[in-house]
Design a protein around this ligand. Structure first.
Ligand SMILES: Cc1cc2nc3c(=O)[nH]c(=O)nc-3n(C[C@H](O)[C@H](O)[C@H](O)COP(=O)(O)OP(=O)(O)OC[C@H]3O[C@@H](n4cnc5c(N)ncnc54)[C@H](O)[C@@H]3O)c2cc1C
Length: 505
């Protein structure tokens, strides 16, 4: 058994051949033109949908094929090898970054209206998170959607929205309760032809075949039935969705690396200098070997994370590591392979020039490398463990049957040495009782209902007694509780910082 067949079976490989043939026939001959025009024709995406490529992991009742995640991996690998990052990202945004929110949180109406046509290739979707004043700091978004009768009225702006010019709908991340922090964020499906939307097509360094939009909303009406899931839970839905977005970015990253390296190796066998092919120079051979080693190692790590995703595991750390390694490696590969081409690498006639431009976005879009390192650092240094609750030992559970019994353990679990430079004021609101926990340079103070002074808190955590007990005793995954809105946290970063200052229950 080859190492790869550990992840891909014969059916996956048959599928790979089909999509490869499709792309060679329908995309490759036209890529240069699409890159120049900054647009991929609608007809191409319609054919892509008809071939079933948009619906691989979607339910059959909506026109999908209900296949395992590795078919999506094959699709992303192959679209990433046509040397047009713009084409690859359009397919990835549609299947892995926008439509999944409708699949997981949408009503039957939204599935019929937007998901079915997205699977068929009749409608193209986008995800609208980033704003001119809020990129990495997602909680700080300002776009408001205020309920008025049967509509939400939207005002604000989004920027850098992939598919935002020629697409048909956007999963709009907005505040339906602007004063509630993360707990006021909701997701709405907005038809991009609605009145009051102004679109501005942005000029970019790379991804030329992809349309990137700045969108302004001036009193845009969205029917309330276009709300995804429940109001105020958008931030949690987004946290879940971003793992798949990052995984898709990782697959595109290592796959682009493979495409670039193959292209470089072929050129090195044809180009001669000093009377021999340049692939005989040891310095270049070693560079190829190093890249090949790093690409293979990264690919297997990403595929292992894909396996976790396929098994419905919530792989926050692994998705972040995958995205960090694969996108940075794509940048390095593009730089080094271009060097193999000498001056020709700098010419538009050679595909490596475009790949060099296209790879640069990998470490920025979908969460920057710095943000990936922040997430990984929190999990590695501060013991923030998203899967912690699922691995708890059930026999401890009966001891903790009230919020009070759990809060009484805080002093013994407090990591005073880690907290010596920390100042945090956390308010916990339960059905039965409220607690204020103040951390002040290594000191811990806990106040309950009776003497609560809850002014100027850093973070408010709201949940019911049973959910909290279930999370702390390992019956519910904390991440799941966040995502489904059973626990509301106004400032997630503060909550994570707080969690890292206590030993496990
Ligand atoms: C071509 C393209 C397509 C895109 N498509 C989409 C899309 O479809 N939908 C969408 O919503 N967005 C999209 N984006 C936006 C993208 O996700 C953001 O650009 C990205 O998240 C970074 O946000 P920012 O640009 O505001 O940078 P900022 O958040 O302003 O960051 C600037 C710099 O500061 C660093 N930084 C910020 N915070 C920290 C921190 N806490 N610690 C350390 N360093 C930090 C960043 O890493 C970065 O280097 C796209 C962007 C581009 C360029």
């Amino acid at each position: 058994m080859s190492a790869l067949s550990y992840y891909f079976n014969e059916d996956h490989e048959t599928f790979r051949k089909s999509i490869k043939d499709f792309l060679e026939k329908e995309a490759t001959p036209h890529i240069d033109q699409w890159e120049q025009e900054g647009k991929i024709p609608r007809e191409f995406w319609k054919k892509f949908g008809e071939m079933g490529y948009f619906g691989l992991a979607y339910p059959e009742e909506y026109g999908g094929s209900n296949l395992d995640f590795f078919y999506t991996v094959v699709m992303l690998e192959e679209v990433s090898k046509v040397f047009s990052g713009g084409l690859a990202i359009t397919a990835a945004v549609q299947t892995c970054m926008s439509t999944p929110y409708i699949l997981h949180h949408g009503s039957d109406y939204l599935k019929e209206e937007f998901m079915r046509p997205a699977i068929a290739g009749d409608k193209i979707g986008c995800i609208g998170i980033t704003e001119p004043g809020a990129g990495s700091d997602v909680q700080n978004i300002q776009t408001k959607a205020i309920k008025e009768g049967d509509n939400y009225v939207v005002n604000g702006s989004k920027t850098f929205i992939t598919n935002g010019i020629y697409g048909h709908f956007v999963i709009l991340v907005c505040k339906t309760n602007p004063s509630a922090g993360a707990a006021g964020v909701s997701l709405l499906v907005l038809d991009l032809n609605s009145e009051g939307i102004t679109k501005n097509k942005l000029k970019k360094l790379g991804w030329h075949a992809s349309d990137t939009a700045e969108l302004h909303f001036d009193n845009v009406k969205i029917p309330t039935k276009n709300l995804l899931g429940e109001e105020g839970k958008g931030f949690y839905y987004l946290m879940g969705g971003l793992q798949l977005e990052r995984l898709a970015g990782s697959i595109m990253g290592y796959s682009a690396c493979e495409g670039m390296l193959d292209y470089g190796i072929k050129y090195m066998s044809e180009r001669e200098a000093f009377g021999r092919p340049i692939n005989k120079f040891q310095v270049l051979r070693h560079r190829v070997a190093q890249l090949a080693a790093e690409i293979e190692a990264t690919k297997f790590y990403v595929l292992q994370t894909c396996r976790m995703h396929n098994e419905k595991k919530y792989a926050v750390k692994e998705s972040s590591i995958s995205k960090l390694l694969a996108s940075e490696l794509a940048d390095k590969t593009a730089y080094q392979v271009l060097q193999f081409f000498g001056g020709y690498g700098y010419m538009e006639d050679y595909k490596i020039a475009r790949a060099f431009r296209d790879s640069r976005i990998g470490t920025i879009g979908g969460g920057t490398s710095e943000i990936m390192r922040e997430i990984i650092a929190k999990m590695v240094i501060e013991d923030t463990n998203y899967d912690r609750a699922t691995s708890n030992n059930a026999k401890e559970q009966p001891i903790y049957d009230s919020v009070d019994s759990i809060f009484s353990t805080l002093p013994s679990r407090f990591k005073a040495d880690k907290a010596k430079d920390k100042n945090l004021k956390m308010l916990f609101k339960f059905d039965s009782i409220n607690y204020l926990v103040v951390i002040n340079n290594g000191n811990l103070e806990i106040q309950s209902n009776s003497n609560l002074d809850a002014t100027s808190v850093d973070c408010i955590v709201e949940t019911d007694d049973q959910t909290y007990i279930a999370v702390k005793t390992g019956k519910i995954n904390p991440q799941e509780a966040f995502m489904t809105g059973k626990i509301k946290v106004s400032e997630l970063m503060k909550m994570m910082e707080f969690g890292g200052l206590f030993k496990k229950l």
